[in-house]
Ligand binder design. Structure first.
Ligand code: GRF
Length: 215
């Protein structure tokens, strides 16, 4: 094919993890299959033993450990993270099971360019163990949310959500597994909408992208 037809820009992306990295892998696979217009430059973990690191390496992606324990303040850690990403030309950042709260020192370097996936329908059940929180509360529906990251905990503008019914016989494990299937589906879709400029943000509302009818 000649000219610029069919040539799409791949946006330099960094992924931050702390553990298993299954959402990270879903993004990598989507990228490999042409469903994500990203050039995944680096995967960074704040934990040296994160399983996702080996997974990322197996795809030939550069990995880095930046431990929060090596820094005296959150801000110092955030500066080191942002420096490492910027050095690699990263423009957008996807948090994928990254268990640290980012400060304005980091977020001001990537304004409205940091996304996260959370295993609940925000604003319900913020923070850790969201699936357990939903079960213990007695909710009948929970789900997952892709959102922009702001200075709060799981509080930024919502890009996409999918509901998951809670069953009488659910345990934290069975519920988490069902939610995770949808996480892996909606994270690449929502990130792609952001990277390709399909969305617009009006205050808290993210417009121009919908999953309606897909699930
Ligand atoms: C996922 O449930 C995600 O929603 C939450 O942490 C978990 C990470 O799992 N933020 P993984 O590392 O992506 O497998």
């Amino acid at each position: 094919m000649g000219g610029s037809m069919g040539v799409k820009r791949l946006v330099p992306l960094g992924i931050l993890i702390s553990g298993r990295g299954s959402n990270m892998e879903a993004l990598i696979i989507a990228q490999r299959e042409g469903r994500l217009s990203a050039d995944i430059r680096v995967v960074i973990s704040n934990k040296a033993d994160a399983k996702g690191l080996e997974k990322a390496s197996s795809y030939g992606i550069e990995t880095l450990v930046i431990s929060h324990k090596d820094y005296q303040t959150r801000e110092d850690f955030d500066r080191a993270l942002a420096d490492a990403l910027e050095t690699r030309g990263v423009e957008y950042v996807a948090l994928a099971g990254f268990m640290r709260v980012l400060t304005p020192v980091f977020l001001s370097r990537f304004p409205m360019r940091v996304l996260n996936i959370h295993p609940a329908l925000l604003p319900s059940f913020k923070g850790v163990h969201a699936q357990r929180q939903a079960l213990e509360y007695g909710a009948k529906v929970t789900g997952c949310t892709v959102h922009f990251v702001d200075e709060g905990v799981d509080s930024g503008p919502i890009i996409a959500q999918v509901p998951v019914f809670i069953r009488d016989d659910d345990t934290e494990e069975t519920l988490s597994a069902r939610i995770l299937e949808y996480e892996h589906k909606i994270y690449p879709l929502a990130l792609e909408a952001v990277l390709t400029g399909k969305i617009r943000v009006e205050g808290r509302r993210v417009l121009g992208f919908s999953l309606e009818g897909l699930f």
